[in-house]
Design a protein around this ligand. Sequence first.
Ligand code: NAD
Length: 495
Amino acid sequence: MKKIKNYINGNIITTSKDFLPIFDPSKGEKIGEVVNSNSHDFDDVIKSSENAFNEWSRYTPLKRSRVLSKYKEIIEKNITELAKTISEEHGKTLDDAKGSVIRGLEVVEFACGIPHLLKGEFSQNVGTDIDSWSIRQPLGITAGITPFNFPAMVPMWMYPLSIACGNSFILKPSEKDPSCSLKLAEFFSDAGLPDGVFNVINGDKHVVNKILENEKISSISFVGSTPVAKYIYETSSKFGKRVQALGGAKNHLIVMPDANLDQAVDGIMGAAFGSAGERCMAVSVAVAVGDIGDKLVDQINDKAQSLKVAPWTDDQAQMGPVISKEHKDKIESYIDSGVNEGAKLILDGRNLKIQGYENGYFVGPTIFDSVTKEMQIYKNEIFGPVLSVVRASNYEEALDLVNEHQFGNGTSIYTSDGEISRNFTTNSKIGMVGVNVPIPVPMAFHSFGGWKQSLFGDHAMHGIEGIRFYTKLKTITSRWPNSIVKGPEFKMPTN
Ligand code: NAD
């Protein structure tokens, strides 16, 4: 049975004897253990990160970029191995796992442009013989705390940019699927990254607290559930750290009466049930406007019935299990509550048994119609394959639903009306907005982040926001009063 330790200073090590279980969600069996690190491990990681920062921050941006290019090549060569590691512990299909690594690699690709991205601003003669310019300098030791649902991609929203900016980075991955982080760290060493620039420390909330309280760590990047994001934001701020903490979501997709229904239905299928709904950009609410509701629900129901729910080892699988027994129970109790509160259960994913995988944490696609905003299934994030359809009589009512919800991660509208589309992109109080696309996840060169209870802090992840987060701005004003007098007279060339 595998025992996952830490990756500190280029070594796979730990001195802790405390281990947490890792499960295969398809079978419901324990397949390994991950270390719950102790204070000694933690001191080691800080020492290593501090030493590494001193060396790495002096590398030229071009040299850092070359290490990142090599890293990208190595991951590309090993993508299937990495994806299998993700699927084994997370349960998602292999295609989903591979797709997520590719999205993460796009951030590495973006970070390769660091010599250009770090270029500052310059103004000559802000006063007589006075010039002024700005530079962005690394912070020092930075840290990331990540969720179970994207064990490669979400860390890759953070560390490629932090490291490209000249920082060292400590990753504390989810204890539920930690194995791929060690692989990501080993590949970086193979690419020539000096030891200690990227360290991985495993464990639960006790390790997180050590990170938040440590005075040598300058910044915290967090992605996970809203209550923990809020706690991370408040605690990190109290300890004087820069912090970006991304939380949960309840993403609405509005279908207008003039929408291309087939496209909307296809979009909803992938967005609601892909990765068993365990995506922060999953669509969990479809808002049917006007008279489109009946047709929409019928078509989604038809398609959802034929979705193949199976373990990732089955290459026909379209949806795998959810992460844990506790999470399966929580999702099923939300379905119970929807029934009790009067929503119309169109498709019931409870009590699904897959032959040969009877103990797996499978929940089938579930659809509720006539959901109202007072219901628990509407108010809260379920984080499973449960779609709520809410009926709205017009666009204004649909927009109010989006804007009044506590979460503000993503939203989308399907319509063929340009005026409505423009109104929606302007007036929706949401961080990431789509028009006729189901999951508006920004590319690496834009930035990812929600509003309201979906993000605490001022900076979204990757893109230019990422560069700003991982660097400190310095502005220099410099005066050389004799420089003009000393030089030859300046004349414009004649041609
Ligand atoms: P989680 O909040 O339970 O855990 C995230 C991380 O925090 C893990 O590393 C965990 O060890 C640590 N942690 C857990 N409880 C803690 C505590 N009490 N104190 C300190 N640290 C703690 O989240 P999860 O279940 O792993 O992931 C699912 C959640 O992540 C969902 O809510 C989902 O919406 C969210 N998510 C958000 C985004 C986004 O971009 N907004 C992206 C992915 C996932």
